[in-house]
Design a binder for this molecule. Structure first.
Ligand SMILES: Nc1nc2c(ncn2[C@@H]2O[C@H](COP(=O)(O)OP(=O)(O)OP(=O)(O)O)[C@@H](O)[C@H]2O)c(=O)[nH]1
Ligand SMILES: [Mg+2]
Length: 197
């Protein structure tokens, strides 16, 4: 697995991601602030191929759906990904904060159109907001809610994740043993359960 820090817009984005990469033991490809995100993506795809990584997770900068140039940047990234690896990006997730109001639906509609979003990540469910907008998006646009964020923790190292999965299979326990979906570990667990590599 490899992480690509393609949020080159916000000064701290790459540094924050580096902390999570370190905590989870996943290598990170980053470049200096202001670099074309499609260029970081290109390098990351080359690196993922060279290292034989099965999964490349790409973090992109948040943007307003009505900023045409920023939406075009996303389109470009999608093109670059598809040129380097057939069928990529295999999944494009839109992160929706649970406190997002009704305009989340319009945002999702635009991101679906431009970036071909395939699923929703609903964050901050540990707060008081219930994230009803994600249900509206899922219903109206037919997008699955793939992950839910309930606070920021790393639950697993890779080895403890594998142990957990073994344990889960033995006990046929349900996924409520796994409490945080924000961590890379949880994504792996879910992918494993779903039979996706
Ligand atoms: N309570 C809570 N806080 C969260 C959760 N996920 C993220 N946060 C916090 O929300 C803030 C924004 O998180 P980021 O990960 O920077 O959000 P982002 O979507 O990447 O933002 P941009 O890329 O700048 O658009 C940070 O202060 C995080 O610590 C969550 O599931 N629960
Ligand atoms: Mg971000």
């Amino acid at each position: 697995m490899l992480i690509c820090a393609a949020d080159t817009f916000r000064a701290a984005a790459s540094d924050q991601l580096a902390i999570w990469a370190e905590r989870t033991g996943v290598p990170l490809i980053q470049q200096k602030q202001g670099t074309d995100p499609a260029a970081v993506l290109f390098d990351s795809m080359k690196a993922a191929k060279a290292r034989g990584s099965d999964v490349l997770i790409v973090d992109t900068a948040g943007r307003l759906h009505n900023k045409a140039n920023l939406m075009a940047e996303l389109e470009k990234m999608k093109r670059v990904a598809g040129r380097e690896v057939e069928g990529a990006p295999h999944e494009t997730l839109l992160v929706v904060d649970a406190v997002t109001g009704q305009n989340g639906l319009e945002q999702a509609r635009q991101f679906l159109k431009v970036a071909g979003v395939t699923g929703i990540v609903l964050t901050k469910l540990d707060g008081t907001a219930k994230g009803g907008i994600a249900v509206a998006i899922a219903k109206e646009l037919g997008l699955p809610i793939r992950y839910a964020g309930i606070g920021e923790k790393v639950n697993f190292s890779l080895s403890s994740l594998l142990n957990l999965l073994k344990l889960k299979r033995q006990t046929e326990a349900t996924s409520d043993q796994v409490s945080s979906t924000r961590s890379v570990g949880m994504s792996l667990a879910q992918r494993f359960n779903a039979g996706i590599r």
